[in-house]
Structures are given as structure tokens and as C-alpha cells.
Design a binder for this molecule. Structure first.
Ligand SMILES: [Zn+2]
Length: 307
């Protein structure tokens, strides 16, 4: 009886002491998709600052002094890598941050960059300069690698929270498996030859490779360069030739180019898809998983054979 009492007092003390002891891990993530994954796995154990906000374009981001301050105060920095955040090294240096950096794409089998990605036949080399396509998160199998890397980074930053982090990670992984199964099941009835989709920039290479969809884009893998008149003319010819039914506007891109292509080809605007950034919290793609579901619904609605 006496022992039981002692245990419960200890437990009560521990509970009281918890908020003061358990400082959340301060994580800076470069863009919303990574920020969401850190939140899913970190839960209450993390305080996440995301540098490029909802609907923002991480390719061409210009860091602010506030970003440097956030990095300076961070315990862990989480980046995509594969050349996505061309500005991050300079920012880390400017901030004086000396802590760990988790590269979420580490271990992903990368798709080669522009030069070998022949879908839209750029002759000039204005478009993107990366050796690799950075948009690896567009395959859920890769998102699981991202989640593993984030778990490792968080556990190393806060070993005392490892049990909670591992449990959160396991729950998240199950959700990722479920959404991957949904994507495969939804695309299955659509013949492979009909799975052709036009988006603003070339952000869906991993999605296409994993799920058997051909994506075409007038702009390359980075949004840094604009499509030339030649790029647009080629795209229009290809859409007509291949009888592509719909083009999709991306949340991070100016819709006007796609609207022009839609007018000139008769392909309709199939909806707004989320490529490199999530929506605001009240939008249709507030989390990575919501984004994948939303995009899938847009794609399948446009591609499904009329019945
Ligand atoms: Zn992109």
C-alpha cells in the first residue's frame, strides 16, 4: 500500500513537471510538405517553423532575416535536398546554425534531371539546372523514406522522446500505405495509354514513374525559367497529337500559361493540383496525405473513361 502511494506521488510529480521539462524540439523545415511530415511524426514533441508557406514556391524562394533567426534558434533543420532548395546552404551559413540537417530525400533513388528527361524536348538549357528531379515526395514510397529520415533526425535530436516519435511514425506510415493503395486502385481501371496529364511545371516525374502516368509540362523541373514560345508551341502540338483531354493548373504557378494552352488546344482545365506546396489549413491539401488524395481525385476525374 505504502509503495503504491509512493509510485502514484511520483507519477503525479512527473505529470506536473512534464510541461517544464519537455521543451519541444525546435524544427525548421524548408517547405510545407516537409513541415507537415515533421508535425505528423513529431506531434506535440516538436515546434515546427516552415520557411516557404502554403502555395509558396520553394524553387525560387528568397529567404528573409526572420528565416535566418528561426534557423539560429533551431535544434534541427529539415530539407528536401536533390537541389530543391538552392538557397538553403547560404541561409544556413548566414544564420550561424551549426546543428544537424536532415535531408529527407536521402536514400531515394533519384530520377535524372532535365537533360535526360525528354518529354518536352528542351533544346536550350534555361530550364532548371539540377542533376536530379527534386520532387521525390510525389511518390508515396519515397514519402516513406522521407518519414524514416525525419524519424531518425528527431530521435537523434531528442532521444528521450524516442518512444513517442516511433509510435507516431508507425501510425503515419500506416496512413501512407493506405493512400498509396488508394492511388493504385483508383488508377487501375484507366488504360495506361490514356493516363496523360499536362501540368504547369515538371513536378510529377516520380508520380508518373511509380504509378504509370505520363506527365507533360511546358516548364521544366524548376519554376525558375519561363516557357519559351517554342516550348509552348511544342506543347500545344503534342496535346493535339496525343488528344490529351485535360491540363492542370498548379497551386504554385501562374495559371495564365495553362489557360492559354487550354484555349489553343481545346483541352479543358482539369482542376487545381498541388505539386510543391500544401494549401492553407482550410484548403483541400492541408497535409501531404490530403494533397495526394486531392490530386488523385483531380487526375482520375479528368482521365476516367466516359461511361
Ligand atoms: Zn517544382
Amino acid at each position: 500500500m505504502k509503495r503504491l502511494f509512493a509510485v502514484s506521488v511520483t507519477a503525479a510529480l512527473a505529470l506536473f513537471a512534464l510541461p517544464a521539462l519537455a521543451e519541444p524540439v525546435k524544427v525548421v523545415a524548408t517547405f510545407t510538405i516537409l513541415g507537415d511530415m515533421v508535425r505528423q511524426i513529431g506531434g506535440d514533441e516538436v515546434a515546427v517553423t516552415t520557411l516557404v508557406g502554403p502555395d509558396g514556391d520553394a524553387h525560387v524562394y528568397e529567404p528573409t532575416p526572420a528565416d535566418a533567426r528561426a534557423l539560429g534558434a533551431a535544434n534541427l533543420v529539415v530539407v528536401n535536398g536533390l537541389g530543391m532548395e538552392g538557397w538553403i546552404d547560404r541561409l544556413v551559413k548566414a544564420s550561424g546554425y551549426k546543428g544537424p540537417v536532415t535531408v529527407t530525400s536521402s536514400g531515394v533513388k533519384p530520377i535524372a534531371g532535365e537533360e535526360e528527361h525528354g518529354d518536352h524536348g528542351h533544346e536550350d538549357h534555361d530550364h532548371g539546372h539540377g542533376a536530379f528531379d527534386p520532387h521525390a515526395w510525389q511518390s508515396v514510397a519515397n514519402a516513406k523514406i522521407y518519414a524514416d529520415n525525419i524519424l531518425k533526425g528527431l530521435v537523434a535530436a531528442a532521444p528521450d522522446k524516442a518512444a513517442t516519435l516511433r509510435a507516431n511514425h508507425a501510425a503515419y506510415e500506416a496512413k501512407l500505405d493506405a493512400v498509396e493503395a488508394e492511388i493504385k486502385a483508383a488508377l487501375k481501371p484507366i488504360p495506361r495509354k490514356d493516363r496523360k496529364i499536362v501540368t504547369s511545371h515538371d513536378a510529377f516525374g516520380y508520380y508518373g514513374k511509380t504509378y504509370g502516368v505520363t506527365f507533360l509540362a511546358p516548364v521544366g523541373m524548376s519554376t525558375e525559367a519561363e516557357a519559351s514560345a517554342g516550348d509552348i508551341a511544342r506543347m500545344i502540338r503534342q496535346i493535339k497529337k496525343e488528344k490529351i483531354k485535360a491540363v492542370f493548373v498548379e497551386n504554385i504557378a501562374d495559371p495564365r500559361l495553362l489557360e492559354q494552352i487550354s484555349r489553343e488546344t481545346g483541352a479543358r482545365i482539369g482542376g487545381r493540383v498541388y505539386s510543391d506546396a500544401l494549401s492553407a489549413a482550410d484548403g483541400p491539401a492541408a497535409t501531404y496525405i490530403d494533397m495526394m488524395r486531392h490530386n488523385l481525385a483531380q487526375f482520375t476525374r479528368a482521365l476516367a473513361p466516359a461511361s
